[in-house]
Design a protein around this ligand. Structure first.
Ligand SMILES: *[C@@H]1O[C@H](CO)[C@@H](O)[C@H](O)[C@H]1NC(C)=O
Ligand SMILES: *[C@@H]1O[C@H](CO)[C@@H](O)[C@H](O)[C@H]1NC(C)=O
Ligand SMILES: *[C@@H]1O[C@H](CO)[C@@H](O)[C@H](O)[C@H]1NC(C)=O
Length: 371
C-alpha cells in the first residue's frame, strides 16, 4: 500500500503532468488529486515489453524464444515468460506499489484467480485490429490487439462481481498500467515497406484506439491510469539494423536514427494530447504519462554516466556483430547466438527488448518521484 507521503507525491506528479500538458495544449481544464487512492491490485495491458507469461500460453506463440535460456538468467534464473534477462517495468511497478504480481490473463479462469490483479499484455500485440492492418495491406504477426485485451478486461470485470457498484469499487482501488503499445503497428508498417512518413499516418488511429481502451477502463470505474509512451524507435538495434537511413539521419552523438525517433515523438505528442482530453472529460481521475523516451535517449547519449557500457545500441544477446549485434538468423535464444558477459552494462537485451538493468533505469525514471 502507499504511504501518505507516496500518495501526496503521486498526486503532485499527476498534477505536474497535468499542468505541463495543459500548458502545452493551452486547454482550459482543471486537474484533481482526488483520484489518488491506495491500490489493492494492478491491471496491465501491452505487448512483449509488459507480457509476464501470456505468450507462453497462447497457442500461436507458445514455445517462442523467450521460453528458452538465456531469457530470465539475471533475475529468475530461468525463462519466466518475460522478454528480458530479468524483470520488466511492470515488475518494478508492482514492487513500488506493493501490490501482488498480477496473474497473466491466459493463466486464469475464475474470479478467485483474477482478484489480485491481471496482466493482459501479450507479446506481439498491436493496438489496431488485425483486420484493419490487413485491410491496409500491412502484415500481422500475432492476431491479438489492444481491443482483445480490453475485451478480456471487461470479461474479468464481470467475473469479479455481478454488482456494478461492487465492480466500480474494485476498479477504483486498482492501478491501471498501460505499457507501451503501438510499436508493433509501426513495425508492421515499416516491414511492409511503408516509409516513415507513411507509417506516421497510423499515429492518429493508434492513439485514438489507445484512448478508447483507456475510456473503457475509466467507465468500468478505473481512477488511476498510467499510460506509457513510445521509446525512441531510432535507438532500437532491430530497427537500426533493418531500416538503415541516410548518413544525415543519425544523431552524431548517440547514433540513434532521428527520423525513427521523430516517429516516436509524434506518437508521444499525440498520446499526451489524448491524455489531456481524457483529463478534461473525466475529472477526479489521475492519468499519468510514463515517459520512457527521455531515459533511453539519455542513456544512448551518455551511457557511462548512467552506469551502462559504451555500446548502448548493441544487443547483449544475439549475433551478427557490428554496431547493433542484431541479425534475426542469430536471434537471442537461437542456436549460434551468444550473450554478453555483463547484461547489466547493456540497454538492449535481445535487440528488441530491454535488459533488466534498462528496465530498472526506466522504472526509476518514471516512478522515482513517487517514492
Ligand atoms: C480478438 O478479437 C477478434 C475480433 O473480435 C476475435 O475474432 C479474436 O478471436 C480475438 N482473439 C483472441 C485471442 O481473443
Ligand atoms: C518489401 O521490399 C522488399 C525489397 O524490395 C521485398 O523483398 C519484400 O517482399 C517487400 N515486402 C512487402 C511486405 O511488400
Ligand atoms: C544475417 O546473417 C545471415 C546468415 O549469416 C547473412 O546471410 C545475412 O547477410 C545477415 N544479415 C545482415 C543484415 O547482416
Amino acid at each position: 500500500m502507499f504511504s501518505m507521503a507516496t500518495v501526496s507525491r503521486l498526486a503532485v506528479a499527476a498534477l505536474f503532468f497535468f499542468l505541463l500538458a495543459a500548458e502545452a495544449a493551452s486547454a482550459p481544464v482543471t486537474g484533481s488529486k482526488h483520484g489518488i487512492e491506495r491500490y489493492s491490485r494492478i491491471f496491465g495491458f501491452g505487448n512483449s515489453l509488459t507480457d509476464t507469461g501470456n505468450s507462453d500460453i497462447y497457442p500461436l506463440t507458445a514455445g517462442g524464444v523467450s521460453t528458452r535460456p538465456p531469457y530470465g538468467q539475471t533475475y529468475f534464473g530461468h525463462p519466466s515468460g518475460r522478454a528480458s534477462d530479468g524483470r520488466i517495468i511492470i515488475d518494478f511497478l508492482v514492487e513500488k506499489l506493493k501490490v501482488p504480481q498480477p496473474l497473466p490473463y491466459l493463466a486464469g479462469k475464475t474470479a478467485a484467480d483474477f482478484v489480485n490483479g491481471v496482466n493482459f499484455a501479450i507479446s506481439g500485440a498491436t493496438v489496431l485490429e488485425p483486420e484493419f492492418l490487413r485491410s491496409k495491406g500491412l502484415m500481422v504477426f500475432v492476431p491479438v490487439s489492444l481491443i482483445n485485451e480490453t475485451n478480456w478486461f471487461k470479461h474479468v470485470v464481470r467475473l469479479l462481481s455481478p454488482s456494478v457498484h461492487e465492480q466500480r469499487k474494485i476498479m477504483a482501488n486498482s492501478f491501471f498500467f498501460v505499457g507501451e503499445m503501438g510499436i508493433n503497428d509501426y513495425y508492421a508498417a515499416l516491414l511492409s515497406n511503408r516509409t516513415i512518413d507513411q507509417t506516421a499516418s497510423l499515429v492518429p488511429h493508434v492513439v485514438g484506439t489507445i484512448r478508447k481502451a483507456i475510456t473503457a477502463m475509466v467507465t468500468s470505474g478505473a481512477r488511476t491510469v498510467m499510460v506509457t509512451g513510445m521509446p525512441p524507435l531510432g535507438c532500437a538495434p532491430y530497427l537500426l539494423a533493418q531500416f538503415p537511413g541516410a548518413p544525415s539521419d543519425y544523431d552524431p552523438v548517440s547514433g540513434c536514427n532521428t527520423r525513427l525517433n521523430g516517429l516516436a515523438e509524434r506518437h508521444n505528442r499525440a498520446l499526451k494530447v489524448a491524455l489531456l482530453k481524457l483529463m478534461a472529460t473525466y475529472r477526479f481521475r489521475a492519468f499519468i504519462y510514463a515517459d520512457v523516451y527521455s531515459p533511453i535517449v539519455n542513456v544512448a547519449t551518455s551511457p557511462t554516466k548512467y552506469g551502462f557500457g559504451k555500446t548502448p545500441l548493441a544487443a547483449c544477446c544475439g549475433g551478427g556483430g557490428g554496431k547493433y549485434n542484431f541479425n534475426f538468423t542469430m536471434f537471442c535464444g537461437v542456436r549460434g547466438s551468444t550473450t554478453c558477459t555483463d547484461p547489466s552494462k547493456s540497454v538492449y537485451w535481445d535487440g528488441i527488448h530491454f535488459t533488466e538493468a534498462a528496465n530498472r533505469f526506466i522504472a526509476s525514471a518514471v516512478l522515482g518521484r513517487f517514492q
